[in-house]
Design a protein around this ligand. Structure first.
Ligand code: F6R
Length: 246
């Protein structure tokens, strides 16, 4: 794993966006899997701006969502669906045929998982995953204790995830279950880019880097990833004993 520490959120977001653009330039038909949340907002804005500025051809890429709140309709502005369209797909002018997102309103969860599993395997795995880190160490909705060989699955949400998750919604909603790309696919992704910023993520980053490597704290598994890159700002790195930057 490579740890990169940036002075601030802006620097981190520019570097993360550049990495995504480099991946697309290297492999124009890349399969990209994106998280939502507060952390990647600026990365996605920088990415959309960078793609416009450089005229990068994204017409052959395919995009999948990392996870979704089950039961939250796509027009709800707290849904992952809404977020990805708002911050990424609309600004980047991505055609709907290049996107597959989870259907949060599905009546057949098993089929929903199968569909995403099959897209990932047909395309030979995920080329680049951009993930954040939950306050409980989750990656996507791979909550603490998720099996390392779990593929796409539906999961009850951890209390911490439900509480923290309220911040995304303008109205009161019930969020009990999530659907997510699994740890197996996270660990097999050709590149895993994990990003975190701000003081409140400092204890989480400390645990991910200095704590035990265990599925009890999924973010720590990045240390076992064959091509894991963790980008943090100086606030998120502030509780680390030491860090190396190049
Ligand atoms: C969202 C997701 C979550 C978030 C994590 C951090 O699609 O996958 O795992 O990445 O909860 O969220 P923020 O960035 O809001 O701190």
């Amino acid at each position: 794993m490579e740890l990169k520490v940036f002075d601030n959120y802006g620097g981190l977001s520019v570097a993360a966006a550049e990495m995504i653009m480099d991946c697309i330039k290297d492999k124009p038909d890349a399969l990209l899997c994106f998280a939502t949340g507060d952390t990647p907002k600026l990365t996605y804005q920088e990415l959309a701006a960078g793609i416009k500025r450089e005229g990068t051809d994204i017409s052959k890429c395919f995009f999948i969502g990392l996870d979704e709140w089950l039961g939250i309709p796509p027009h709800n502005n707290g849904s992952c669906h809404y977020f990805l369209h708002h911050y990424l797909f609309s600004p980047m002018g991505i055609s709907p045929r290049q996107v597959h997102l989870f259907d949060a309103m599905t009546t057949n969860e098993e089929d929903e998982c199968k569909r995403m599993n099959s897209i990932i395997s047909k395309r030979g795995g995920i080329d680049l995953m951009v993930v954040g880190i939950g306050m409980n160490g989750h990656i996507g909705f791979n909550e603490p204790g998720t099996a390392i060989d779990a593929a796409v699955h539906v999961t009850p949400l951890d209390e911490m995830t439900k509480n923290v998750g309220k911040k995304y919604f303008t109205e009161e909603v019930t969020i009990n279950k999530g659907i997510t790309v699994g740890l197996k696919q996270v660990m097999q992704a050709k590149t895993l880019l994990m990003i975190a910023n701000g003081k409140k993520k400092a204890p989480v980053i400390k645990k991910a880097i200095e704590g035990e490597i265990s599925t009890d704290f999924p973010a720590a598994l990045i240390r076992k990833h064959h091509n894991g890159i963790l980008m943090v700002d100086s606030e998120a790195a502030s509780e680390l004993k030491t860090y190396f930057n190049d």
